[in-house]
Design a protein around this ligand. Structure first.
Ligand code: UDP
Length: 349
């Protein structure tokens, strides 16, 4: 079975990607330091797939640990590198932590790939590299904007580090996937997003409000230049996004791929406003959401959505799930999480 090393494999996108690789007949090897995820995620993966993946608790910034893991798995055909810090606001407060984690982690991974002859990389990039584009939808040719946060800057610099490394190491190939806004959960509700503390992102804030953990969702601004005044994003179902990584690994190693480095937008190709997401949630779940219009959030972009033609044509990948299916899956996961944590609370007494 073909091995894939997946860093950050117990995280939100990572865990869904592990499931899709197992479903496609690969053998994922997870590396995660559990700093923003839980070991129980492995149970969820096992329930869905019937397989428990190999797991290493290790930090990608620990190069000795990476050397050992790559030595033991030098027959892997690719690395999917998710492990990184991802909170935009926190990155403004702790820039050095973000540069250290995200850049040192990537540098170590590239070094170990070179050393142990693991030649394919799929890198988690972000639409944040485009900033507020002048022309929509955003294609891959849209120029990079000045990064709005240290987090965004790490994604931009990471793509540059990868390209420079590839130039010096002809055997390596890499693909950067530029994610738009991943939301939702696996339809089984065995895995999903586990936000730390108060969520910053829209979807977990919606589900936590609906379940009663938060009192009210603040909609950050309704005076933008959009049809209903609220900002537009391209919300991509996390299972669809996970499948893009399988397509990327297949393409990376196929004879069709004549590029050492390539990059793809991974979104639905369709923009939705905040109010449209709320409406979808209420429609798909039948739950009424308590929300109010509040002031704009500093640093928010007005509108962005993807042109996904390149990923559709070259990777043969396309987002399939509807927004309603996706908001419903987020709700099913939130409900399960509550039941589970109540069980845990009862057990711990
Ligand atoms: N948003 C909101 N209330 C919240 C969280 C988010 O109105 O409590 C809005 C936010 O202003 C943005 C959209 O939801 O327009 C998506 O925000 P998120 O933080 O999920 O993603 P990002 O802004 O990074 O694209």
């Amino acid at each position: 079975m073909k091995k894939i090393i997946i860093t950050g494999g117990t995280g939100y996108i990572g865990s869904h990607t592990v499931v899709e690789f197992i479903n496609a007949g690969y053998e994922p090897i997870i590396i995660d330091n559990l700093s923003n995820s839980n070991i129980n995620v492995l149970d969820g993966i096992e329930k869905i797939t019937g397989k428990r993946p190999t797991f290493y608790k290790a930090d990608v910034t620990d190069n000795f640990a990476m050397d050992k893991i790559f030595y033991e798995n030098d027959d892997a055909i690719a690395v999917v590198h998710f492990a990184a810090s991802k909170a935009v606001g926190e990155s403004v407060q702790k820039p050095l932590m973000y540069y250290r984690n995200n850049l040192n982690g990537l540098i170590n991974i590239l070094e170990q790939m070179e050393k142990h002859g693991v030649n394919g990389l799929v890198f988690s990039s972000s639409c944040t590299v485009y900033g507020q584009p002048e022309i929509l939808p955003v294609t891959e040719n849209t120029p990079f904007a000045k990064a709005e946060s240290p987090y965004g800057n790490t994604k931009k610099i990471s793509e540059e580090i990868i390209q420079d490394t590839l130039k010096a190491t002809p055997a390596l190939k890499a693909i950067a996937l530029r994610y738009f806004n991943p939301i939702g959960a696996h339809p089984s509700a065995y895995i999903g997003e586990l936000p730390n503390g108060t969520p910053n992102n829209l979807m977990p804030y919606i589900t936590q409000t609906a379940i009663g953990i938060r009192e009210c969702l603040s909609v950050f601004g309704n005076d933008y230049n959009t049809p209903d005044g609220t900002p537009i994003r391209d919300y991509i179902n996390v299972v669809d996004l996970a499948k893009a990584h399988v397509a990327a690994v297949k393409y990376l190693n196929s004879h069709k791929n004549d590029k050492q480095f390539d990059f793809f937008n991974i979104g639905t190709g369709k923009g939705s406003t905040v109010l449209e997401v709320i409406n979808s949630f209420e429609r798909s779940t039948g739950v009424k959401l308590n929300y109010k219009i509040a002031g704009r959030r500093a640093g928010d972009i007005e509108k962005v959505w993807a042109d996904t033609t390149k990923a559709n044509k070259v990777l043969g990948w396309k987002a399939e799930k509807t927004l309603d299916e996706t908001t419903l899956s987020a709700w099913e996961w939130e409900k399960r999480l509550r039941v589970k944590s109540e069980e845990l609370i009862v057990k711990s007494h």
